[in-house]
Design a protein around this ligand. Structure first.
Ligand SMILES: Cc1ncc(COP(=O)(O)O)c(C=O)c1O
Length: 490
């Protein structure tokens, strides 16, 4: 695991990628359709526009940092997935992975589009129920579901439970029996396949907390235990192989192994599986040149793989489930920050980069620190004819690993008060946000055809102090995080 020691060299402790050559001013200002939300473009004044409004106007109303959610883009991606899995011969089931980002508004959009919803805690389930999401279209995941969470899901009438451990089989069966319910169950298996972008590795074993191993016999034991309990109805098998996947090869190996397992169960135990979920992990473009597979092409490939594997073994073709999170919400949001300080640093003799500090950071986007994630960032309030300058976009936290974009080319006249927009921040950014350094989490504002609507409001200092009984009633005399709304815009 990478450590986060304090100290001046820590920024260079991050791995280096090979930087592309300095772009020209046109390339630096470009809004690449593959990376940015569908409605993003530059207006004649050079301002970034999303959902029909310049970000300068949106920031004047909502402050910075702010996550702008392109409603049309989100809805179009959800609809594209839904349409891609409607083959009458091989029916599909698309469940949006709520962990990527959840809000009442987006959950309602997903319900309208006909998708299912994957939740993995009682909290996510509670949000879905509060938003009125149809419970029969909800799948409950989780490697450590509490009895209270299972009870709540049974009471809500959740459509699918994904069993993740042997112990959970009996707990769920007992709780369902005492509630007079029958829980529909998929067993999550580990196939030994771990996939990421263009690569995957396939071993016989997996050293991770999720799922039940095919090779050790744990998966088989769990399936038989489910089949033996009248309060559980065995629906199928679940497998999730990774994230940010650009190729179908890993799914092919995983499907091959799972279908082999299904065939063994059919032959030896006479069990049939109505569903095979291949999980999520469909990738998106973060950088120029990233080339994710379109949902329809991925769906076609998965159908061919699963149908082929089943037909070869004389098995009925199960319904194919997928759980995209990032591929729906990721590209539909951008984060807009305001620049506070600009500091040139000689990081090696004669080699300079400029640290550009913004008014958010690892509390609204932990992915760079956690996964070495890479992002595209542009100057958003204007275009510039200044030459490119190598920058590192950093946050305002008391932590030298607080990096938003490790290496970025920005116009060399970038300065205090400028706005920077980071693309493709919809997934695992606001959802993983924290209050580190007592920073209030930023709002999410949906934008569409010139209208904007708060989807999640900005936290306030009062929200944070309200959690602390020692301060109950003290109430801030002023919001010391103030000054964010439209401050200092050029
Ligand atoms: C079981 C399961 N399904 C779906 C997802 C969503 O993945 P992604 O957002 O990469 O599509 C995850 C992510 O970790 C997962 O664990």
């Amino acid at each position: 695991m990478r450590a986060h020691p304090a100290g001046p060299l820590h920024g260079d402790g991050l791995p280096h990628t090979t930087l592309p050559p300095a772009p020209d001013t046109t390339a630096m200002a470009r809004i690449d359709a593959q990376i940015w939300p569908a409605t993003a473009r530059r207006d004649p004044q050079g301002r970034l526009v999303v959902g029909g409004q310049p970000v300068t106007d949106l920031v004047a109303r909502h402050g910075t940092p702010v996550l702008l959610l392109d409603e049309a883009d989100f809805r179009a991606r959800a609809a594209a997935f839904q349409a891609a899995y409607t083959d009458p011969d091989v029916p599909g089931l698309v469940s949006y992975a709520g962990k990527a980002f959840l809000s009442g508004t987006t959950v309602r959009w997903l319900a309208e589009a006909g998708l299912g919803l994957d939740v993995c805690t009682g909290g996510e389930l509670g949000l879905a129920m509060a938003a009125g999401f149809p419970p029969e279209r909800i799948t409950l995941h989780g490697n450590n579901k509490s009895d209270a969470e299972l009870r709540a899901a049974l009471a809500a009438g959740v459509g699918r439970f994904v069993i993740d451990s042997l112990d959970e089989v009996d707990r769920l069966a007992d709780l369902a029996a005492s509630a007079g319910a029958v829980a529909h169950v998929l067993v999550r298996v580990t196939t030994g396949v771990e996939a990421h972008t263009h690569e995957f590795i396939a071993t016989a074993h997996e050293d991770q907390k999720f799922g039940l191993s095919l090779t050790s016999g744990a998966a088989r034991e769990a399936v038989l235990a489910v089949a033996a309990r009248p309060s559980l109805a065995l629906l199928g098998i679940h497998s999730h192989i990774g994230s940010q996947i650009f190729s179908t090869a890993g799914f092919e190996v995983a499907a091959h192994r799972v279908v082999q397992f299904i065939a063994e169960l059919a032959g030896a135990e006479g069990l049939t599986m109505a569903e095979l979920s291949l999980g999520g992990g469909m990738g998106i473009a973060y950088l120029p040149g990233d080339d994710p597979v379109a949902p329809v092409a991925m769906a076609d490939a998965l159908r061919v793989i699963v149908a082929g594997e089943c037909q070869r073994r004389g098995l009925p073709v199960p319904r194919i489930g997928v759980e995209p999170g990032r591929a729906i919400v990721g590209p539909s949001m951008v984060t807009v920050y305001e620049v506070g300080t600009v500091k040139p640093v000689e990081y090696r003799t004669g080699a300079w980069r400029t640290y550009v500090s913004v008014d958010g950071g690892m509390s609204d986007n932990i992915r760079t620190a956690l996964y070495d994630a890479e992002y595209t960032v542009v100057l958003a309030n204007r275009v510039s004819s200044a030459p490119a300058m190598l920058t590192r976009i950093v946050g305002k936290h008391c932590e030298s690993g607080d990096v938003v974009v490790r290496d970025a080319w920005l116009p060399s006249d970038v300065g205090r008060g400028d706005l920077l927009a980071v693309a493709a921040t919809g997934a695992y950014c606001r959802a993983m946000a924290s209050n580190y350094n007592m920073i209030a989490r930023p709002p999410v504002v949906s934008v569409r055809a010139g209208n904007d609507q708060v989807v999640l409001r900005r936290e306030t200092q009062a929200d944070l102090l309200a959690l602390d009984p020692a301060l109950a009633g003290a109430g801030p005399t002023a919001d010391h995080q103030g000054g964010v709304v439209g401050a200092g815009l050029p």
